[in-house]
Design a protein around this ligand. Structure first.
Ligand SMILES: C[S@@+](CC[C@H](N)C(=O)[O-])C[C@H]1O[C@@H](n2cnc3c(N)ncnc32)[C@H](O)[C@@H]1O
Length: 511
């Protein structure tokens, strides 16, 4: 049963075209959307996945303590690269091995609107074991222009408890702009000027439609929630129609409460920030909005007889928020406790990751670096971002003798996730560099085999192979690889320098 009938509200179906433009961007670009275009590091990393896995594990414990002995199906909409899923499944499996006796307690349904992304996951060598064991299932999920959820229901066992894990997805789904106009909220039409030579990203304007008739949805609470905004001091707002349609659809599939863990930029109240005149619709590669969690929470409370647990209201830039339909989160003691301790810190963690990416973190010495790497749960991108500083610092000290380098290297490699993009090449190369600096040659050799399998014989591969042989005084083999590296990338300074060293160290006839 749909709650938004676009055919009776012209303004909504017209606005839908703007939001379809966002979906089309992802459908067309597939995983290349995340090749230095759409930001994704905050949600696609082991620390954030661990935080989410801990929440879910606590919820599972609660359900077990309440007498539930069935399984859980976790659905991730708009899963993008599949990197979060990779980290999350690893983390949850590890936590459940400590806390539960049931080995196949959950199934993960990874979804997106982009067929190309789905194809990428199903062929991904690191996801293959999960697909083969049945822990992971891929399917297309698309909230379409009519706010209908397109999904192949075969992949959802109806008897399971469902959990919706939405990371930076609700901000891409359809939202309706409303503005307070002559003492009442009225919808606005979104006027989008496509990009031109003078206006590279295009621009978005809003026009109030005072004549639009109420009610604005086939849900008696929708208009009431809208009007509640005024008491909170908000005179314009985006109503989260797409997320509401998705939750409404999933909740109706069985009688269990539905747990929703949503992480995004957004508002839980309007004390700390207000919707700007552009309704906080921003460009981050494509358009994205700031999610109205306040309205979503009220919808779940009123229409689905449920409850909410918001992260701190001032974390407008990024926060994790919990919702449970048909039940109170307070009755789930473990989830409640874990929610209190972790949700409050997610925004701070996101901020420090952003600082790292914008190079605003300065680490005083190599010990700081390894502590920082550990606090980021050994995310390879942290190593890649800080690598240049580290390399210089390590040359002047012997810290590698006093830390457990094997553990650091294994953690980093365990968290490496392949994509065909340059950033992924650099991450693996940095782990390789660190291994070679620590003279861990057998680790480096396995990494190089992996490098070849994932990325082929790029100049980085030959550069690393050159270093591998050079550090073991096999200068002829080293020279061969540095020469190969330079034939692919004549600008590689390190290959040039080391080739010169090789030439000085080896008899000319041997080279
Ligand atoms: C900002 S990206 C987030 C990707 C990933 N979850 C992350 O954290 O990096 C938004 C995702 O929503 C998906 N998406 C966009 N429009 C959608 C729609 N109408 N229905 C379902 N998914 C959609 C996109 O394909 C994309 O993967």
């Amino acid at each position: 049963m749909a709650i938004f009938d676009n055919s009776s509200s012209n303004w909504r179906s017209k606005n839908a075209q703007f939001w379809s433009g966002i979906s089309e961007f992802y459908q067309k670009k597939g995983i290349d959307s995340w090749d230095r275009l759409v930001p994704h590091q905050i949600t696609n990393n082991p620390e954030f996945a661990h935080t989410c896995a801990k929440l879910i594990a606590h919820y599972m414990l609660d359900c077990e303590q309440k007498g539930y002995s069935g399984r859980f199906t976790i659905i991730e909409p708009g899963a993008g690269l599949g990197k979060f899923a990779f980290h999350f499944i690893k983390e949850l499996t590890s936590l459940l091995s400590i806390s539960s006796t049931q080995s196949d307690l959950f199934r993960y349904v990874i979804t997106d609107t982009s067929d190309q992304s789905i194809q990428f996951w199903t062929n991904h060598p690191q996801l293959k074991p999960y697909f083969e064991s049945g822990t992971l299932v891929a399917s297309r999920l698309y909230v379409d222009e009519t706010l209908t959820v397109q999904f192949d229901l075969e992949s959802l066992p109806r008897q399971d408890k469902f959990i919706l894990l939405a990371n930076y997805c609700f901000d891409s789904l359809y939202q309706s702009p409303f503005q307070y106009h002559n003492h009442a909220f009225v919808p606005c039409s979104i006027e989008h000027k496509p990009p031109s030579l003078t206006n590279q990203d295009g621009s978005v304007h809003y026009k109030p439609i005072p004549s639009a008739p109420r009610p604005f949805a086939d849900c008696s609470f929708y208009d009431r929630i809208l009007d509640e905004h005024y008491a909170l001091g908000a005179e314009r707002t985006l109503m989260p129609d797409g997320p509401i349609a998705l939750i409404h659809w999933l909740d109706a599939l069985n009688d269990h409460p539905l747990l929703i863990v949503a992480s995004d930029k957004g508002f839980t109240n309007f004390t700390f920030d207000q919707y700007a005149s552009n309704f906080n619709i921003i460009q981050t590669g494509t358009y994205a909005s700031s999610v109205n969690f306040f309205a979503l929470g009220r919808y779940i409370e009123l229409a689905l007889d449920g409850s909410k647990f918001f992260g701190p209201a001032d974390q407008v830039q990024f926060g994790t928020h919990l919702f449970l339909t048909h039940a109170s989160i307070h009755e789930y003691a473990n989830l409640n406790l874990e929610g209190h301790s972790t949700i409050s810190t997610v925004g701070t963690y996101a901020k420090s990751t952003t600082n790292l990416l914008t190079a605003e973190i300065s680490l005083r010495d190599p010990y700081d670096f390894f502590n920082y790497l550990s606090s980021q749960r050994f995310a390879p991108f942290s190593l890649a971002v800080l690598y240049d500083h580290l390399e210089t610092a390590l040359q002047n000290c012997d810290i590698l003798d006093s830390i457990d380098v094997d553990r650091v290297l294994n953690e980093l490699l365990g968290n490496y996730y392949f994509t065909p993009h340059e950033t992924s090449v650099v991450e693996l190369a940095c782990i390789g560099n660190l291994a070679l600096m620590a003279k861990k040659f057998s680790f480096a050799k396995s990494l190089l085999d992996l490098f070849l399998k994932f990325h082929g014989t790029s100049y980085q591969y030959h550069r690393l192979m050159g270093n591998y042989f050079f550090l073991q005084s096999e200068f002829a083999s080293a020279a061969h690889h540095f020469t190969e590296s330079l034939s692919i990338n004549p600008e590689c300074e390190s290959s040039k320098t080391f080739l010169q060293h090789c030439e000085a160290l080896v008899e000319p006839a041997v080279i």
